[in-house]
Design a protein around this ligand. Structure first.
Ligand code: PMP
Length: 442
């Protein structure tokens, strides 16, 4: 009997008692390779010495100081590091405690920006179907995942949705990447025109889609075309890199590869690598200056924004990534992981797609490869794979085919950036076994 209100109360979960590099150890002494970093969080694995030392030092010196009274060295140093490396135009970092809070802050910043510059009619947010931006009411409202939204619909602000960029399913055989990207940009333009261009505040999208679809990168040129449409109508571009940012794709910011700068950029999971809860909304100079030069302050705030210990942890994480050249490892191990999975599962009758960037890898499973028809969601194949993987000492992040019945079950892999070639082989081996076991009898 557990007194903790867990996410899935009926399930008995193993008790995690220790972390050791890429592994978590439970109370029975069983070890699990954390091949999903939890939910793409633990990018340095567990119990990393330099991060733990930094946390200890900050907690001893000053654990927390409320931001209406003080800034701290840790917050200032972290903000500088993030901004200096961020896409062009980003000038400031607003620290929060996680991904949903980062999105809420982005939505409110976008809205306040338009109020400050005398365009209060801009109130609409457009996002994509099949998207997830968090579970708080604002973040859930813009998300396009019907299953997550449905029970809460009466409480959600109205949001608008366009098609995701999901080449495996939606790019027509006759269509080039360029033509597919253009079709999606045209759809966004059509949506903006339909709503009235002067009423749209922002378009929100994940640069590389994470949990809802399993590491789906955009086709080349997609975000450049989207940026053009946004600029044409004065609509802000909010990129959600809560999951795909902070090195996960092999680049500090995933949008670097797209050649696009957003107006607001949300980051979280890999920022603090799970050592402390922290997220951030990175803000363009344009928005910052409009607010500072207008009412003078952002009408928002939480008790723990800019938390000193959380900032110190994130700063240490980011320093380790740089000092140990981990982004190179992310690129190399990511290539290795996809190549190994393609070798082992490329001809598998139920593996539809193996995709991703860096150490952000998705495997989509389908009933039939040719038609791409998914398994019946009631079969809960993804949950079966998770269970078989856990039995083999492997953590993977599963998601079901809940989107309009069009999407297959998938597993998301997001191993720590410190993983070795041997670790990658071991992850691939255990995952393949788990997939076969879960599919046995299909
Ligand atoms: N945006 C994205 C893209 C996410 O993947 C998540 C978390 N899975 C969130 C936002 C919400 O983050 P959090 O759970 O930290 O609130």
């Amino acid at each position: 009997m557990s007194y903790v209100f867990h996410r899935m109360p009926k399930k008995t979960l193993p008790v995690a008692v220790a972390g050791d590099g890429i592994e978590i150890v439970d109370s029975a002494g069983k070890r699990y390779i954390d091949a999903s970093g939890g939910a793409a969080v633990s990018c340095l694995g567990h119990s990393h010495r330099r991060v733990v030392d930094a946390i200890e030092q900050q907690a001893r010196q000053l654990a927390y100081a409320h931001t209406s009274f003080f800034t701290t060295e840790a917050a200032e140093a972290l903000a500088e590091r993030l901004v200096v490396t961020a896409p062009a135009g980003i000038g400031h970092a607003y620290f929060v405690s996680g991904g949903s809070e980062a999105i809420e802050a982005a939505l409110k910043l976008a809205r306040q920006y338009f109020v400050e510059i005398g365009q209060p009619a801009r109130k609409h947010f457009i996002a994509r179907r099949q998207s997830y931006h968090g579970n708080t009411l604002g973040a859930l409202a813009i998300g396009g995942n019907a299953w997550r939204r449905e029970p809460f619909l009466p409480l959600l602000i109205e949001a608008h949705h366009v098609s995701p960029c999901y080449a495996y399913r939606d790019q027509l055989p006759s269509e080039t990447e360029e033509a597919y990207a253009q079709r999606l940009a045209d759809e966004l333009e059509h949506k903006i025109l339909g709503l009235g261009p002067d009423t749209v505040a922002a378009f929100v999208a994940e640069t590389v889609v994470g949990a809802t679809a399993g590491a789906v990168p955009p086709v080349r040129g997609y975000f450049r075309k989207i940026r053009e449409v946004c600029d044409k109508y004065g609509v802000l571009l909010i990129l959600d890199e809560v999951m795909c940012g902070m090195g996960r794709t092999g680049h500090l910011y995933a949008c670097e590869e797209e050649g696009v700068s957003p107006d607001l950029l949300t980051i979280a999971k890999g920022l603090g690598a799970g050592y402390q809860p922290i997220g951030a909304t990175l803000v363009s100079d344009r928005i910052y200056e409009a607010i500072v030069g207008g009412s003078g302050f952002f009408q928002h705030g939480h008790t723990y924004i800019g938390h000193a210990t959380a900032c110190a942890a994130a700063l240490a994480v980011q320093r380790v990534i740089e000092e140990d050249d981990l982004l190179d490892n992310v690129k190399a191990r990511g290539e290795q992981l996809r190549a190994t999975l393609r070798e082992r599962l490329g001809d598998h009758p139920h593996v539809g797609d193996i995709r991703g960037r860096g150490l952000f890898v998705g495997v989509e499973l389908v009933l039939d490869r040719a038609s791409k028809v998914p398994f019946d969601p009631r079969r809960k194949l993804n949950a079966g794979i998770k269970q078989e993987a856990m039995a083999r000492g492997l953590m993977v992040y599963p998601m079901g085919g809940t989107i309009d019945g069009r999407q297959g079950d998938h597993v998301l892999l997001a191993p720590p950036f410190i993983c070795t070639p041997n670790d990658v082989d071991c992850i691939a081996e255990r995952l393949c076994d788990a997939v076969d076991a879960a599919l046995a009898g299909t």
